[in-house]
Design a binder for this molecule. Structure first.
Ligand code: 5AD
Ligand code: SF4
Length: 468
């Protein structure tokens, strides 16, 4: 056999992988990373489970509802697998980590189960399953850094998925203007409601050079905006020693010439520093927006949540930000019905929301999670009270958001255009410096451009505008 035919004999049709992602941006970034790992193993993305060889569910465990969605999806996939027994099902993410083999008992149709700390092992687990016919499982985390070269450092830097030459593929299969870069795994905070330290382990920071080279690769592939991701980005680098600071990382990434906008999430008010607030004044690529979760406006509840800041300390951070950028837009996360929350505590939350004037909020009913201290508190709030408080909080926030959006009418904003509407070709969606979504009609392709837009109309969810 000639060399040429020998080679072509080894080229096989790519297998098809379908990826479904729940939960936070961290999961979206992990899904992209798994897609990149699978692409190296000759998998191609398909947008439907119906023709997939592998269906990968990247799951979220933050609230009970998120977990239920995964279980019901697994039920539908079991039916699909009955018709197509060759199809493989992999479950990744926080449900896989938290439930482990228990999930396999409830859903034996799962072929591969892997926690967020084991993403690099996906190909090995698929091979192991193919060889044994049994479900393959990997959960758990690397231990903390102790010495150079320990297993924790290896877990964060192993198998660099992205190099400067090769950007990770996108889950949509299209050029994406806005991309995520993971800078940190896990969380050391142990807020008493939160399952993250149990599903994603202790904080581990990636190196500045890895983050910069992944960012360069994404920019080379057409991205213009990068969002740095971590559970508590403000403490980035504290596991690397006193010289590594989040603000320095931001300066370094912001200096990349092709980058138009740099965002980051999630900030924790406890670790939020004044020099970070001040960076907003000197670094235009950061825009005029930040997400800063507060969770509650009541000091008593904040203390029981172990958030380590009071409402007054939160407001102090807000004042630092507003001193740097007077019209900065601030969004937040809020939980209602945390154990022991009285009407007075809830009123303090409403008061804080009014006082700060959040541009928008992610609002949640408290959901007890296994292993977390708050789930064991005896003074759980009844469901109907949580529901009623959530409705009142949402009504207030919607009023504020609508009013802030409406006050944008008549202003001119710089908009980074992210994508063209699929339903309305010729209409483009982008975001202002304040992170407000804007729709603009245009005769030319705007995706990826920054353009001046006059705001002509607004509602709760978006602004309408026209190019100047
Ligand atoms: N119940 C309700 N909301 C929660 N969050 C985290 N854990 C819980 C829980 N057990 C919310 C917090 C957090 C966001 C990502 O999800 O507001 O900031
Ligand atoms: Fe959870 Fe608190 Fe860590 Fe955020 S800071 S991930 S809420 S433990």
């Amino acid at each position: 056999m000639s060399e040429v035919t020998q080679q072509s004999a080894t080229i096989t049709q790519p297998k098809k992988v379908h990826i479904e992602t729940w939960g936070c941006q961290m999961n979206a970034a992990d899904s992209e990373r798994m897609l990149a790992i699978l692409a190296e193993k000759n998998y191609a993305l398909t947008q439907s489970a119906d023709d997939a060889d592998l269906v990968l569910l990247n799951t979220c465990h933050i609230r009970e509802k998120a977990k239920h969605k995964v279980l019901s999806r697994l039920g539908i996939l079991r039916e699909l697998k009955r018709d197509r027994p060759g199809m493989k099902i992999a479950v990744a993410g926080c449900v896989a980590q938290a439930e482990g083999r228990r999930l396999l008992k409830a859903a034996p149709q799962i072929d591969v189960l892997l926690g967020p700390g084991k993403i690099e092992e996906l190909p090995r687990l698929l091979e192991e399953h193919a060889a044994s016919g049994q479900s393959s499982v990997a959960t758990g985390f690397a231990r903390r850094h102790t010495h150079d070269g320990d297993d924790a450092a290896a877990a964060v830097t192993a198998t660099p998925v992205t190099t400067e030459l090769q950007a990770p593929p996108t889950l949509s299969g299209k050029r994406e203007i806005s991309r995520y870069v993971n800078i940190q795994q896990g969380c050391n905070n142990y807020c008493t409601f939160c399952v993250v330290p149990f599903t994603r382990g202790r904080e581990l920071s990636r190196s500045v050079s890895d983050i910069v080279s992944e960012s360069k690769a994404l920019l080379a592939s057409g991205a213009r905006e990068i969002t740095l991701l971590g559970q508590n980005v403000n403490s980035y680098g504290s596991d690397h020693g006193p010289e590594t600071h989040f603000v320095d990382l931001l300066r370094e990434v912001a200096s990349l010439p092709e980058l138009a906008r740099l965002r980051f999430t999630t900030s924790n008010p406890h670790d939020f520093t004044k020099d970070l607030a001040e960076l907003f004044a000197s670094e235009p690529k950061l825009g005029r927006y930040i997400h800063l979760p507060v969770q509650s406006g009541s000091d008593r509840i904040l203390q029981r949540m172990q958030r380590k800041v009071t409402a007054a300390e939160y407001l102090e951070r807000v004042s630092w930000l507003r001193a740097a950028v007077p019209d900065i837009a601030i969004s937040t996360d809020l939980i209602v019905g945390f154990p022991g929350e009285t009407e007075e505590d809830f009123a303090a939350t409403l008061g804080l929301v009014e006082q700060v004037g959040f541009s928008f909020s992610f609002t949640f009913k408290y959901s007890p999670r296994n292993n977390t201290p708050a789930a064991r508190y005896l003074d759980q709030v009844p469901e109907h009270v949580k529901e009623e408080r959530l409705a009142r909080l949402n009504a207030l926030q919607n009023r504020i958001t609508t009013s802030l959006n409406t006050s944008e009418i008549g202003t001119t904003r710089q908009v980074l255009f992210l994508y063209e509407s699929e339903k309305m070709p010729g209409h483009f969606y982008g975001r202002t410096d304040h992170f407000r979504l804007v729709r603009v009609a245009a005769a030319r392709q705007l995706t990826g451009d920054i353009a001046a837009v006059r705001i002509t109309d607004a509602n709760k969810t978006a602004l309408l505008g026209e190019l100047i």
